[in-house]
Design a protein around this ligand. Structure first.
Ligand code: KIV
Ligand code: NA
Length: 276
């Protein structure tokens, strides 16, 4: 049975409940690993545009690509809550966004979509929720708006902090069940977490959110270009993988791989007859 949205929501404010943890996954094998861990939820993030496809931003990711990856993640998981991003290309107007969210739920089996943006989204969010599509919001640094946001850390000034609080309350009023807070000062994230009845899931937003989300490739040290400030590398798997690859090359060169058990044998007399 998949973890439900309500099961996670019940943990907000519960005295001894553990904070919520979420991590991205984009394929079957990583989804299997998350699902067999203690992490609560999987996000098929449009960050796949960078870490899976090598784009410079999330903007070029198509709905079909999101659905392709989400279906693989779905097949690799049965326990973790599954959330899928609505990509930028489907997010610039209400009708395509609603159509995209509908396809995502219908074709991937996700339990919720995630949509970037605040107060200007309330009508769309309400419409989605009323038609049975749970919505996770995303405020602060919203990568789909990389070309209009000046700095990465958001809402450090009075007016922008006030706007972020208003956006969070508007998303809650529209029926969102949670909101990601990305690169928001810890004090503000804590205040939003206190003010909201719905869950706050932070990334670079301090420890007082109701939960945390991390990008798979960042937290495992698979993305080696740089370590984002909001990341802790819990492992350096990139080094591990390169080490394994070089060992493979060395063992092939030394004749120690493949070994006897990696192949099969036949009767040499049969081969002699076959090659006559
Ligand atoms: O696409 C993504 O990975 C995200 C998380 C960073 C929240 O939106
Ligand atoms: Na995203």
């Amino acid at each position: 049975m998949r973890t439900s949205i309500t099961a996670l929501q019940r943990r907000k404010g519960a005295a001894d409940a553990a904070p919520i943890t979420m991590v991205t996954a984009y394929d079957y094998t990583s989804a299997r690993l998350v699902d067999s861990s203690n992490v609560d939820a999987i996000l098929v993030g449009d960050s796949l545009g960078m870490v899976m496809m090598g784009h410079e931003s999330t903007l070029p990711v198509t709905l079909d690509e999101m659905i392709h990856h989400a279906r693989a993640v779905r097949r690799g998981s049965e326990r973790a809550l599954l959330v899928v991003d609505v990509p930028f290309l489907s997010s610039t107007a209400e009708e395509p966004l609603v159509a995209a969210a509908t396809r995502i739920l219908a074709e991937t089996g996700a339990q919720s979509v995630k949509v970037e943006g605040g107060a200007h989204r309330t009508a769309t969010v309400r419409r989605l929720v009323e038609s049975g599509i749970p919505v996770m919001g995303h405020l602060g640094f919203t990568p789909q708006s990389v070309n209009t946001l000046g700095t990465r850390v958001q809402a450090r000034e009075e007016s922008t902090a006030r706007q972020l609080i208003a956006d969070a309350l508007a998303l809650q009023a529209a029926g969102a069940w949670a909101v990601v807070l990305e690169l928001v000062p810890s004090e503000l994230a804590a205040e939003v977490t206190r003010r909201l009845d719905i869950l706050t899931i932070g990334i670079g937003a301090g420890p007082e959110c109701d939960g945390q989300v991390q990008v798979w490739h960042d937290m495992l040290g698979l993305y080696e270009e740089f370590v984002p400030k909001h990341t802790r590398r819990f492992r350096t798997l990139g080094q591990e993988v390169r080490g394994a690859l070089n060992e493979y090359v060395a063992e092939v060169a030394a004749g120690t791989f493949p070994a006897e058990g990696n192949g099969s044998r036949m009767d040499p007399e049969v081969l002699a007859r076959a090659s006559q």
